[in-house]
Design a protein around this ligand. Structure first.
Ligand SMILES: Nc1ncnc2c1ncn2[C@@H]1O[C@H](COP(=O)(O)OP(=O)(O)O)[C@@H](O)[C@H]1O
Ligand SMILES: O=P(O)(O)OC[C@H]1O[C@](O)(COP(=O)(O)O)[C@@H](O)[C@@H]1O
Ligand SMILES: [Mg+2]
Length: 487
């Protein structure tokens, strides 16, 4: 096995093309750290479990579809408790912060970090940071105990509050240092993971014994490498209620059209999965798949055909879809939120008006109902399966931090949880790949136009994006493409 530390990445290579993209460890930059036996070995719930401690060499393969002569490929370190820990229980002063937009299940993750630290590792100093990153330097903190968090998983939102913007690295790390915090748990999306990475770098530069762990939260599912985020299934489930309502309204009126706008700033996963789950959707529009309204192969032509055949139809549109059409017609400026995310025009209102105008001009009856459940799908408590996801993530993050790992995001990779270095989850956004099988499944389920001409398809294939990873059994590769590698 060889190791390479080019640009600080910990890459371990083995036989037959095996590669481990390892995560940093406190001992990488602090010499002679003492270790302690893991207190879990005396814990009645765990000591009976055969092979409870994870073998140090266990790793999780990023690619599970392999061929006879495939090389070993990229792997990540498997999560779980280690025999040795790098913190004594009373040395741990943990902090938890929640950043960015809401997502069902955040409170469950908070609860499980607090309870996991208390019950598994005997840690009783856990601090909640209020209001996102800026809370480190501008807000009060909340001491968190199992009693305080006991019922919070039944509530939507985050008991700590959240925010966008406000990431001032040195002020945050000063606060971590001043308060004597030794473990930082950051629950947040792609933006928050970038912030976590910068915090980790500054902590390392200052040589502090502070573990930084990221727990990915993204209702849009735009974080790469991981199978999917907690809360995503809850969001898709809740979206069914809006689609059902749109369908009932549409089929009850002559030429009824239900338009449902769902979240998805840059990635259309919620719209795609809500559509595939529902079977009542006639057309799904996402940011990754450009569409057009007029002319042969356009949306209006398809609508006229579908309404003639069925008398009603449902359109699901992701909020980031068709933004190029909107800015053409509205001459909008590029506005951003406090975190630098693009502020979008309401594509649902826009498309509803365009559809109405089109049918009005042709003097055709149209009954259009526009439903915007945007915040309803993310402001609710998580469903049972997501609660289990949250527990696994929280406990895995704790085991990693206690074992001295740092600068990592935890997440499921092909169903097995792994510690993933920050750079792998921040270097790009996860998007629906429209030349992949999952989008083809959607097109064949709705029978909508692809809005692509043969030339576009050749171009899209040439772009060689990584495959859609979410729940797609056929997904083959999430490796950076040759383009991303700059080759
Ligand atoms: N490139 C970045 N570097 C440092 N901090 C960032 C970066 N991008 C976003 N952040 C911070 O992360 C937090 C959450 O980001 P945001 O994009 O709002 O939500 P999310 O984490 O859900 O994607 C914000 O406080 C923001 O300032
Ligand atoms: O209005 P807000 O709070 O900025 O949130 C809206 C946005 O949050 C999202 O859910 C994603 O936000 P995150 O990146 O924070 O997860 C988008 O789909 C949506 O545009
Ligand atoms: Mg984001």
């Amino acid at each position: 096995m060889g190791t390479s530390s080019a640009d600080q990445r910990k890459i371990v290579t083995g036989d037959n093309g095996y590669v481990l993209e390892d995560v940093p460890h406190l001992s990488d930059y602090i010499p002679d750290l003492p270790t302690y036996p893991n207190p879990l070995q005396d814990n009645h719930s765990y000591s009976a479990v055969k092979q409870y401690f994870v073998n140090e060499d266990d790793t999780v393969a990023q690619q599970i579809i392999v061929h006879k002569n495939s090389p070993g490929g990229t792997h990540f370190r498997r999560v779980g408790p280690r025999q040795k820990v790098y913190f004594e229980s009373d040395e741990v002063h943990a902090s938890i912060v929640t950043c960015g937009g809401l997502c069902p299940g955040i409170n469950t993750v908070i609860r499980e970090i607090v309870c996991g630290l208390y019950y598994m590792y005997g840690v009783n100093k856990v601090l909640g940071i209020e209001g996102g990153y800026r809370g480190f330097y501008s807000r009060n903190t909340i001491p968190l105990t199992p009693k305080v968090v006991n019922d919070i998983h039944k509530r939507g939102g985050t008991i700590l509050g959240t925010s966008r913007g406000g990431h001032e690295t040195s002020k945050i790390v000063d606060s971590i240092q001043d308060r004597g915090i030794t473990q930082v748990y950051i629950i947040g999306g792609d933006g928050a993971q970038k912030g976590a990475s910068v915090i980790f770098e500054e902590i390392k530069r200052r040589g502090l014994k502070v573990a930084v762990a990221g727990i990915p939260k993204t209702i849009d599912n735009d974080i790469p490498v991981i199978d999917k985020s907690f809360g995503f299934d809850t969001g898709v489930e809740e979206a069914q209620r809006a689609i059902d309502a749109a369908h009932v309204e549409a089929e009850s009126f002559e030429n009824g059209v239900g338009v449902v706008k769902l979240m998805g700033r840059y990635s259309g996963f919620i719209a795609m999965y809500a559509t595939l789950a529902s079977r009542d959707v006639d057309c799904c529009l996402i940011p990754e798949s450009p569409f057009y309204l007029e002319g042969p192969g356009g949306l209006f032509e398809f609508m006229e055909k579908r309404l003639k055949e069925n008398g009603h139809m449902v359109i699901v549109i992701a909020e980031g879809a068709g933004q190029e059409l909107l800015s053409e017609s509205m001459h909008t400026m590029n506005q951003q939120d406090a975190s630098g995310n693009k502020l979008l025009q309401d594509v649902g209102l826009w498309i509803s008006q365009k559809i109405k105008d089109h049918f009005n001009k042709r003097k055709k009856v149209l009954n259009l109902k526009y439903i915007d459940p945007t915040y309803m799908i993310r402001a609710i408590p998580s469903i049972a399966s997501d609660n289990v996801n949250c527990t696994l993530l929280a406990q895995s993050a704790i085991h990693g931090a206690m074992a001295g790992y740092t600068g990592f995001t935890v997440g499921p990779v092909n169903g097995k949880h792994a510690y993933i270095p920050f750079y792998r989850v921040t270097e790009r956004q996860n998007k629906v790949v429209i030349t992949d099988r999952m989008w083809a499944r959607l097109l064949s389920s709705t029978n909508q136009p692809s809005f692509l001409n043969p030339k576009d398809i050749i171009e899209a294939k040439k772009e060689e994006q990584p495959k859609t990873q979410l729940l797609d059994g056929d997904s083959v590769s999430d490796e950076p493409t040759s383009k991303e590698n700059g080759k």
